[in-house]
Design a protein around this ligand. Structure first.
Ligand code: OFO
Length: 172
């Protein structure tokens, strides 16, 4: 049976993951409005990944006899000044999520919840990847500056991204 404090903290994190999905979906809509379909596709894939993160948490809570209670999701921002501003926001958001995951891990350690420690380790590793992925797009956007040709090429490249859930073994 999952500890009440851990159950509540994960419920809050499910909300944060759904908020992440909502923010990235909003970013996808902004890219659509700017005729940058590749960056929109990148954000659609990111949205699906966040839904997967939320679902993985919910299944864990249910598997340990806890109760998932969904909460209201804050409205996402809808407007940004540039593609670079969008990815800068995404990076700051991921850094905030990393802080949340670290707090969950601190709680698991504090209450000696070994099962949650093991489960959360996947998210600790995932956040390294999340920050790296967003950070590398941001670095490319900074490098290309005002070149519309280079922006077009990058948009094409980012459009190749798709999301597929990790295989069960990799996920553990
Ligand atoms: Fe982007 O990692 Fe979940 O929220």
């Amino acid at each position: 049976m999952i500890d009440d404090r851990m159950c509540e903290a994960i419920n809050n994190q499910i909300n944060a993951e759904l908020l992440s999905a909502y923010i990235y979906y909003s970013m996808a809509q902004w890219f659509e409005s700017q005729d940058l379909p590749g960056m929109a596709q990148w954000m659609y894939a990111q949205t699906q990944e966040e839904m997967f993160h939320a679902d993985r948490f919910a299944r864990y809570v249910n598997g340990r006899g806890g109760r998932v209670l969904l909460q209201a999701i804050d409205a996402p921002p809808t407007d940004w000044d540039s593609p670079q501003a969008v990815f800068q926001h995404a990076l700051e958001h991921e850094q905030w999520v990393t802080g949340n995951i670290n707090n969950l891990m601190d709680l698991a350690i504090e209450i000696n919840d070994h099962a949650s420690k093991n489960f959360l380790m996947w998210y600790v590793n995932e956040q390294v990847e999340e920050e790296d992925n967003v950070g590398s797009v941001l670095a490319q956007l900074k490098r290309i500056g005002d070149s519309s040709n280079a922006l077009y090429m990058l948009d094409k490249e980012l459009g190749a991204r798709s999301f597929s859930p990790p295989a069960a073994e990799e996920e553990k």
